[in-house]
Design a binder for this molecule. Structure first.
Ligand SMILES: NC(=O)c1ccc[n+]([C@@H]2O[C@H](COP(=O)([O-])OP(=O)(O)OC[C@H]3O[C@@H](n4cnc5c(N)ncnc54)[C@H](O)[C@@H]3O)[C@@H](O)[C@H]2O)c1
Length: 424
């Protein structure tokens, strides 16, 4: 390929912005389209609207060289890459349903600039058939000679820049020519393998990966619920079971959150509601876990005359400033409904209206709960914490703290899937 490839990316969020930066670093001319005025204003000042190691430095360099430009409007490009949200619509009593409105809106924008033979790549996690739906949408808008491919994203927040380059990618076109063009595109910046398939298979691959993890965690959470009725420790049961060479049970916790694992299995359920029984049940088990744990903790607190809790961490996982679908919030809400006052702290969120500082949360607390295992909480000195709070009970569903150290400092640790200390 002679001249540098032009790329137009729709959606500059957790996925789109790092992708734009990595592609610009690889020598592509990248035009980012973002509908959020706040994010555009932030980017216009040269600041990254999201926290991700290494992103700010790389962004500054790309903006300075002019390889990355940001606008509300799309521009002509050989490749159009869609990385907009794909949430679900809560289905009342029914199953949640995928919401493709952002993807189709990106399609509307592409239609204003697309030229024959441009390649449209959908990266947003989507239900089976979404790439075809996007293609039909664009055809309906008069764009009938475009190529389409799907390529799921599987990066780990905190490691996005490295994983965007090193991870293997699964790429599937709606036609062999589209697959070939899309594979060629990813080879510009991916050092991992680029694996070619069809668009429909690639859509399934992403959903299959995240659903596998959701079901495995649901099993661990259910096992914890079973074990808490017996004098065993679920953590020890799982550690020993995992010594079997073909068993790998994940860890139980406070629930499952984030924009992927707690959402994507519903896309499979929506595409095959009659068949997807295990997937639906696993989702319900994980969604029910924060409420189950809140009821258990509230019963213990009431039996001891306690009504004040400090919840440390509301991100959906450690060391990220992302609380989408966070089980810690569901846990806090459930505790509040059970008439426990919860003061919530999470230093990773700046200027959050419902959060207080860690010390303020601990000041009134009778029980401490670790909702997200951030490094900053792991680094707390239990001897210092003992001076900030009267609380001596710590519920650590995320198994984040050094339990021996905290016990030596006078704290009683409550774990999931365990009876010790839970007697009401
Ligand atoms: N965050 C992750 O770790 C992750 C991992 C794998 C897959 N995904 C998938 O990637 C997709 C994007 O996720 P994200 O985390 O980057 O979301 P995000 O909300 O951080 O970013 C999406 C961005 O798209 C913008 N946007 C919405 N509609 C637009 C439009 N029509 N044109 C231009 N911009 C538009 C939004 O303002 C937002 O800034 C989702 O489908 C998600 O499931 C995310």
């Amino acid at each position: 390929m002679g001249a540098p490839l032009d790329l137009c990316i729709y959606g500059l969020g957790y996925i789109g912005l790092p992708t734009a930066v990595v592609c610009a670093e690889a020598g592509l001319h990248v035009h980012g389209v973002e509908i959020s005025e706040t994010k555009r204003a932030c980017l216009a000042e040269g600041s990254s609207p999201i926290e991700e190691p290494g992103l700010q430095e790389a962004l500054t360099a790309c903006l300075q060289t002019g390889r990355l430009k940001v606008s509300a409007q799309p521009t002509q490009a050989a490749v159009h890459l869609v990385a907009v949200p794909t949430p679900f619509q809560a289905g009342g009593r029914g199953d949640p349903q995928p919401d493709l409105s952002y993807v189709l809106a990106a399609g509307d924008a592409i239609a204003t600039v697309a030229r024959p033979h441009d390649l449209v790549i959908l990266e947003s996690t989507s239900p089976p058939g979404a790439t075809e739906k996007l293609a039909k949408h664009l055809q309906g808008l008069g764009c009938d000679q475009l190529l389409y491919a799907y390529c799921p994203e599987r990066v780990l927040p905190g490691h996005i820049l490295r994983e965007l380059v090193e991870n293997d990618r699964v790429v599937g076109g709606l036609s062999p020519e589209a697959t070939e063009r899309a594979v060629e595109f990813y080879r510009h910046f991916v050092s991992g393998e680029v694996l070619a398939t069809t668009a429909r298979t690639a859509e399934y691959v992403k959903l299959a990966e995240n659903t596998f993890r959701d079901i495995n965690i649901a099993y661990a959470n259910e096992l914890a619920m079973i074990c808490e009725r017996d004098p065993v420790d679920v953590a020890e049961v799982i550690t020993l079971a995992n010594r079997h060479p073909r068993v790998q049970i994940l860890n139980p916790g406070i629930g499952v959150g984030g924009h992927c694992i707690s959402v994507d299995p519903w896309f499979l359920v929506s595409s095959a509601p009659q068949q997807a029984e295990v997937i639906r049940q696993a989702r319900r088990r994980n969604d029910g876990t924060p409420v189950h744990l809140a009821k258990r903790l509230a019963a213990l607190m009431k039996a001891r005359g306690f009504s004040q809790a400090a919840l440390l961490g509301v991100a959906y996982k450690p060391d990220v400033d992302d609380d989408r679908e966070s089980p810690a919030w569901h846990f806090a809400t459930a505790l509040t409904k059970l008439e426990i006052n919860v003061a919530v702290a999470d230093p990773l969120f700046v200027d959050h209206p419902h959060l207080v500082s860690t010390q303020a949360a601990l000041a009134q607390a009778e029980v401490i709960i670790v909702g997200a295992g951030h490094s900053v909480f792991k680094a707390l000195e239990p001897e210092h914490v003992a001076g900030w709070t009267q609380a001596r009970l710590v519920f650590d569903p995320t198994a984040s703290l050094d339990h021996q150290r905290w016990s030596e400092a006078g704290f009683h640790i409550l774990k999931v899937g365990n009876q010790t200390g839970w007697d009401v």
